[in-house]
Design a protein around this ligand. Sequence first.
Ligand SMILES: NC(=O)c1ccc[n+]([C@@H]2O[C@H](COP(=O)([O-])OP(=O)(O)OC[C@H]3O[C@@H](n4cnc5c(N)ncnc54)[C@H](O)[C@@H]3O)[C@@H](O)[C@H]2O)c1
Length: 345
Amino acid sequence: MVLGKDKSVSRFEDNGDVKPSYRFILSRSEHKTSFKMVSGLMVIYQYALLVLDFLQFCVCSFLLMIQAGWHVIFPKQLKNVVGEIILITGTGHGIGRELALQFSRLGAKIICLDINEANNKQTVADITREGGTAWGYKCDVSNRGEIHSVCTKIREEIGQITILVNNAGIMPCKPFMKHTPEEIQKLFDINVFSHFWMVREWLPLFITSNKGHIVSMSSVAGLVATSNLVPYCSSKYAVKGLMDGLSEELRYAGRHPDIKITCVHPFVVDTGLAKKPRIRFPSFNPITTAERCAELMIEGIRREDEMVCIPPKDFYCYKLVSLFPIGVQKAFVDFMDTGVDEHDN
Ligand SMILES: NC(=O)c1ccc[n+]([C@@H]2O[C@H](COP(=O)([O-])OP(=O)(O)OC[C@H]3O[C@@H](n4cnc5c(N)ncnc54)[C@H](O)[C@@H]3O)[C@@H](O)[C@H]2O)c1
């Protein structure tokens, strides 16, 4: 390295003369050496960062494992829902109706949506008779325009909701090729797209207030596929995909940690939706009543669990079986011989 005149970097004197600047001029080999030194330092820095990141991941995972184990022994405290405004779809019958009644008994105000106006009015009347507060709206959730106009009306007449429960669903049972394209389209409009449109109606307000809870009804058929239910299983897997994706997007870089997501996976519930269930071991795989299903769902929502299986042991069963090779999983399905048989409507 020498101290030399560098004419390419000159400056003008007051009298107009050009005066060459002096600076250290590196020879070609010195340039190479210092470049190597800088890139070597960069590599060391990147490895150090990676090691630190990995250590942070290990410590966090360890603490989260302890926390999860702790919550298995001492379940999380249930959040209070007094005064919450809860919109539930499919409240005219079955699980939706039970959710509306039980949430109301806990002090929440319920907005009931169903395509069946008479049944929905009955649910609202039953809540009111018990001293609760409920509003009923007729809405065909397979129709995006209707969802938008009913939600606009709700915002004008009632205001913001705090919990959204996408529950309405249908379940035609027959071999794949017996479903018409129109039936498959309709099934996706009700079981999947209604969830998308409802979330789009309410998520912006949840984000503005940094508070809200989105609950969607999937099924055990959204975790394990079964014959005679191909479109239904696809729709319930799609609901799980929507909920998992939303959860990731909301938590990404700590954007909206206070907006909660819950996806629910019940096995057969005695509402009449599954008309011909086939269960080889009913004591291991019992049919749940709509009342019990709603009770377990509400517990999961109040604990802010992301995934709720009904009965709860199905969660561990699903995780355990998923560890095995696909062939073993299929052999297990054959052994359990559990599913639904075809029916006409
Ligand atoms: N029953 C089960 O065995 C079972 C198991 C797993 C998951 N699920 C899911 O739970 C949810 C509720 O099931 P359920 O057993 O209570 O059903 P259900 O048939 O007893 O009640 C469904 C309600 O949704 C309403 N509905 C149907 N189509 C609608 C539409 N287009 N717009 C608005 N409302 C509509 C119906 O009028 C009815 O009141 C569904 O998403 C279902 O897939 C049910």
